[in-house]
Design a protein around this ligand. Structure first.
Ligand SMILES: [Zn+2]
Length: 206
């Protein structure tokens, strides 16, 4: 019974999580609409690029972070997903912040960016950010494959931990494990005894 309640609670939390991610779109889509309105064409009167970017950049970044979270910690390339996530956040900031400044100062966005290198840079980020996102998502999908292998590696790791035992120095908390640091319990205890003698000679107390 308690277990069932816990399960329902987890499901509810998950739903609230997805709902919150969905609500982010209410924030992002209008902002991208504002930022892109002066530069992008409309298709059948619909600001497709603004809506598309407002959806895919935040959801894509969320997907990449979620994949990082789900991927086994010892999997090669896992932490590259954090870099992709950080880069996407940066790109979102680069796109939206000059637009926010233009709203704050009540000026068109080209007054904020000027016509020089900054304008070229801003347009470059606007135009290329969807392709950067593609790279991050392809990496995330590639890492999501072969989950069995990664799981097996973790199980093996835990297995070794469960098999090993240790003694610990009461003064400095140094751990002597076997099998690991030492071949067996006898040699580990002997090493600890020698180690403790050094503490005694120096007059260390726990
Ligand atoms: Zn010690």
């Amino acid at each position: 019974m308690a277990h069932q309640v816990e399960k329902v609670g987890t499901r509810m939390k998950k739903r609230i999580g997805y709902l919150l991610i969905g609500l982010i779109l209410f924030i992002e889509i209008p902002r991208f609409f504002g930022a892109y309105d002066s530069i992008d064409p409309r298709l059948f009167g619909i600001p497709l690029t603004a809506i598309g970017t407002g959806i895919v950049l935040p959801i894509g970044a969320g997907y990449i972070l979620h994949t990082w979270w789900k991927t086994a910690y010892n999997k090669k390339g896992r932490d590259s997903l954090l870099i992709w996530f950080a880069v996407l956040l940066l790109l979102e900031g680069i796109i939206l912040i000059p637009w926010g400044m233009s709203r704050l100062q009540n000026e068109p966005i080209n007054v904020v960016t000027g016509n020089g290198l900054l304008a070229w840079f801003w347009i470059g980020v606007v135009m290329l950010s969807p392709f950067v996102l593609t790279g991050g998502i392809v990496t995330a999908i590639a890492l999501e494959r072969q989950p069995k292998q990664a799981k097996h590696q973790i199980e093996q790791h835990i297995y070794v931990d469960e098999q090993s035992d240790h003694v610990q120095c009461g003064v400095c908390n140094r751990i002597f494990t076997w099998p690991g640091d030492y071949a067996d319990e006898r040699t580990a205890r002997r090493a600890l005894a020698g180690h403790m003698n050094k503490h005694r000679a120096k007059g260390d107390t726990p």
